[in-house]
Design a protein around this ligand. Structure first.
Ligand SMILES: Cc1cc2nc3c(=O)[nH]c(=O)nc-3n(C[C@H](O)[C@H](O)[C@H](O)COP(=O)(O)O)c2cc1C
Length: 451
């Protein structure tokens, strides 16, 4: 494959987005899924080790800090939204069961303090020997999350991002409290550390105050790899400023390429270059050794969806009141109560344009939640991924297994080897840290750099 510019390696970054039983709303009903996956450490260890063995760059855990405010009737019939491990705790355990796999998880800037986050991620980066990434989010579930933290309503959209930017700035400052060679452990000279190499941050901003220094030494990667997942204007600006990995949810290579160009071009004003960021769309696959087998897998999972759950799911995804609608009705011409946003708008437009019934809509969406789905044989799926990658629609992908562990097996046994055979994805990374897997440089300590 030709390189169109010299800012990018010609190999993809590939990760897997772990969700307890899988991303599909009927995933836990699949006989090959693990129903109690959310709190089953052995399940996660087995799945993480499969990813490591296949040579994948990292696994990722999303997070919310509330049980969704979704009607209980729907909540009680799906597995993903109610009970699962807090991910930083989980990554600590997984870091002991793996050796080179990158480990990424979400922490919110809306309901945490920078000092707590800096301390936990720095500790994790030490424990894992440099394999940690932090997905910075502002929390997307709405007021239910705020209400677990003494507030009535969530902050306004753009204020969330203003807080997020200051939060990250403060965390990165705290993570630089100690220069890399600050600790001497010199018994003879009675010097545990060099006092010249310890720095107080004294952050005093609009939203946060933190004196520092952090009581954890500088971590193996300098700081954990920073990820981000918002695509609004404010989200893109935050990504350009600090993100080293960006998760997206685009449906077509064209829309993804527009986002890719836009976000990377915004980096310059922050003194950054495009090769300092990997953009990774989420991707659900239905893969079989034949097209018919792939189709059968998708249809089987869809057949497990209880129609009442399917209707409520579409009501939640679109914000349209579907009271009194049957699964065989088209999406009614009613107003959405949800604010306009990329995924919601795409779903409504697609349903109206194709005159889809609610059943057709939930069968199509239930695996990827309105994000991209690739279907077919390993070769057909690799063709599509190659097309996205070579046209600069992305720097790689984050797979979203429809159910775990079964669909994860298809990813690591069918699709990943096909990408490796084509030379699109390395069989083994040269390094051992997440930064090295992603081809990202280790950041210099700001104080050491200044002297
Ligand atoms: C792959 C992916 C993973 C995400 N993970 C989380 C998460 O763990 N927690 C969360 O609150 N939001 C998560 N989000 C949502 C985003 O952080 C963001 O709130 C959403 O995309 C809307 O952002 P925008 O308002 O900038 O468009 C994720 C989004 C994507 C595409």
């Amino acid at each position: 494959m030709s390189k169109k510019n010299d800012t990018r390696d010609d190999q993809m970054t590939v990760g897997v987005f772990f969700k307890n039983t899988g991303h599909h709303i009927a995933s836990w009903l699949h006989p090959k899924a693990q129903p109690d996956a959310g709190i089953n450490l052995q399940h996660y260890i087995d799945c993480a080790q499969k990813c490591e063995k296949a040579g994948l760059d990292f696994i990722f855990f999303a997070d919310s800090v509330a049980v969704r405010d979704t009607p209980r009737e729907l909540l009680s019939q799906v597995s993903q939204f109610t009970a699962y491990f807090e991910p930083i705790t989980l990554l600590s355990a997984l870091s002991m069961a793996t050796e080179r796999l990158g480990l990424v998880c979400t922490a919110t800037t809306s309901f945490s303090e920078p000092y707590n986050i800096a301390r936990m991620y720095a500790s994790l980066d030490h424990i894992s020997k440099g394999r940690i990434g932090w997905n910075v989010v502002t929390s997307g579930l709405g007021d239910v999350e705020a209400q677990n933290y003494g507030l009535t309503t969530h902050y306004e959209h753009d204020e969330r991002y203003d807080r997020a930017q200051e939060f990250v700035e403060c965390v990165l400052g705290l993570l630089d409290s100690w220069e890399d060679d600050a600790f001497l452990y010199d018994r003879e000279a009675s010097r545990f550390f060099d006092p010249e190499k310890l720095h107080e941050l004294n952050h005093d901003g609009k939203f946060f105050k933190s004196r520092g220094p952090l009581n954890v030494p500088r971590s193996p990667q300098g700081h954990p790899v920073i990820f981000q997942a918002g695509s609004s204007n404010a989200g893109r600006e935050s990504a350009a400023r600090f993100a080293e990995g960006v998760f997206t949810g685009y449906l077509t290579p064209e829309s993804s390429a527009d986002h890719y160009k836009d976000v990377k071009s915004r980096m310059k004003k922050y003194g950054r270059t495009p090769d300092q960021m990997r953009i990774l769309p989420g991707c659900t696959i239905f893969c079989g050794t034949t097209e018919a087998e792939a189709k059968e897998k998708e249809e089987y999972l869809a057949s497990l969806i209880n129609p009442d759950v399917g209707v409520q799911y579409i009501a939640t995804m679109t914000g349209i009141d579907l009271e009194g609608c049957s699964p065989d009705d088209e999406l009614p011409d009613r107003e959405s109560v949800r604010a306009s946003e990329g995924t919601r708008d795409n779903i409504i437009a697609q349903a109206r344009q194709e005159k889809m019934t609610i059943r057709q809509l939930y069968m199509r969406l239930a695996g990827s939640h309105g994000k991209m789905t690739m279907r077919g044989t390993p070769s057909q799926i690799a063709d599509q991924m190659q097309d996205w990658f070579s046209n600069y629609s992305c720097d790689g992908f984050i797979f979203q297994p429809s159910y775990m562990p079964g669909d994860l097996d298809d990813i690591v046994e069918l699709v990943v080897p096909e990408l490796q055979n084509r030379g699109l994805f390395a069989e083994e990374s040269n390094g051992t840290t997440l930064r090295e897997h992603l081809g990202l440089e280790r950041p210099a300590n700001r104080y050491a750099a200044a002297t």
